[in-house]
Every structure is written in structure tokens, then in C-alpha cells.
Write a protein that binds this ligand. Sequence first.
Ligand SMILES: [Zn+2]
Length: 335
Amino acid sequence: MHAKTPFGAWETYIHADSGKFLKKKDLNRRATGTGNVFSPNPLESQGSATGFSDNNDADSAALNNQLKSVSLLGLDGSGYLKDAYVNIYSRAKTYSATHTFNFTRSQDSFEDVMAYYHIDTLQRYIQSLGFTNINNRSITANVNTYKKDNSFYSPSTKELTFGSGGVDDAEDAGIIAHEYGHSIQDNQLPNFGNSAESGAMGEGFGDFLGATYEDATSSTSFGTGCIGEWDATSYSSSNPPCLRRLDNNKVYPRDWVGEVHADGEIWSQGLYDMYKAFGRDVATKIILQSHWSLTPDATFNDGARAIKQADLLLYGGSHGDQIDSIWAARGISTQ
Ligand SMILES: [Zn+2]
């Protein structure tokens, strides 16, 4: 979840079963559609925060200027926003017989296209790294079905929900990616997040996934080290507005406060520093690989050790010295 305030219940992972999935059926029809999105969000693509406000979900020339036309890959041919990696369930019930999905942000269907495009792109990215067994399923995303300014992944239903309070959460790819991060971790490691430190690692990983996705899709460097700039215009007065940052230099245990999102900034910075040192692909591969070595109540120390092990497995330990120093700077040993 991405709220500033803790909602403890959503951090308690409850599993109805072992999370086994039916093998997905081969679909004999595939369609490529087109649609408008923010990528990753209007502030990052413009390169400044100037001229944007939610204004109760209204369109504006400045916001329309940040729309990008993208291809929507893998559509199942039904006319709905559905494919092997994501299934949109929404208030708008968006449909197009010609797979043409050009909306503006005042229309609820715009958020449906956002969730479809960015989740689909993230899963394709994970597969491009060589992982075909990480959350490789058609995840249901409930869009605009929840009125609060919050979004969440539910480990019991295995679904994502994006709220419409403030800036609609699914108008910001950083928020979409953060929530998808929770579903990735739950898929790799059911029940993860049982302890305070594993909960913080879950939030930190979501922020890492969101911030690196924002960086990779933005044409500007505005908002580097910050996640959710557009969403945060509803509640942040900083420039850039940030849901959270990945460069606050928080150190464990000195800066630990006992709130998963705030404490997640300790963890996310270590991950983000790996991204800055090794590049997105290498860092993401090592980090995803490391999840398989963790237990549901893992500590920061366990997490850093697992990262070092994953580098050994994938790259013969060639990033080991840098991994040691990156985590030492956060107060976390890799030993
Ligand atoms: Zn979260």
C-alpha cells in the first residue's frame, strides 16, 4: 500500500492457500491496441511540477500535453483490457471493439489504460531479464473501485486495488509499480512481511520498483530518487512532490521508527544505490533472485545476505565489494 498513514491490516499477510495457479490457457487471439497514458507521470515527463493540479479529476491543457500514445500489447481480443499478465476490473468497464483506448484523465477509462499498460510493461520487463516464473499470471487490477486516497495489494485475493481519492492512484505509474511490487513479493515468497523488518523490505522493494520504472520511462531526470510525484501533488508541498524518497540517507537502526513505509526508506535506498551502481537490469535481477532465499520474517541482515548470495549465483560475486559498502552505508551487514 502507499498511504502515508499505516493501515496495519493490509500489512498482515493472510493466505487462504499455497498460491498455486492453474496453468494459463493459450489464447488463440492476440491483439495490439493503442491508448493514451502518462509515462510515467506528467511531472516527470514535463520535467517540472509547474502547472499541474488535481482539480477534482479535471482535464487541463498542461495535463493533456503529457499524454503519450502507446501500443497495448497482448490484448486477448475480447475488446476489454485483458491479457496474460493483467485483467482490468473497473467502474468504467472499458471496452473497444477496435482496441482503441484514447482517453483523457477526467475519464475513468484513462486509469484502466494506465493500469493495463504499466503492469503489462513491468511483467514483460521481468521476463526480458530471464525470469518467466515471477508473478507470471493475469493479475486482476481493480481500478477506481475504492474511493480513498490509497491503493493496495491483497495477499488473500491476490488482486490489486487502486483508489480514486486525491489524484487517482492509477494516474501515476510509480504507484502502480509500487503495488505491483507487493504482488511480486507475495508471488515469490508467500507470507512475506510477517515481521517489522520484512514489512519494511516489502515497502522498500515496492518503492525501488516504482522509482526505477519511473526513471526508465521518463525522458527527464526530474524526480530522481523520488516516487509518485503526480500522486503526491495531493498531499506533498515539496518540490518535487514525493510520496517517499530513496535518498534520505536513513541508517539502521538509528532512523528506525516502527512504521513500515518510513522504515522502508532505509531498505529502498540500498536497493536504489545498487541500481545507480550496477544499472537497472543487473540490480533488478540480483534483487528479484534474492527474494527466493528469504523467509516470511526475514530481517534486513537476512535480506542483505540474500542479495550477496544472489550476486554470487548470477554474477560469480563480481559486485560483492560494492554490495558490502552500499549496505554498510545503511547500517546493514551482508555477513
Ligand atoms: Zn506498499
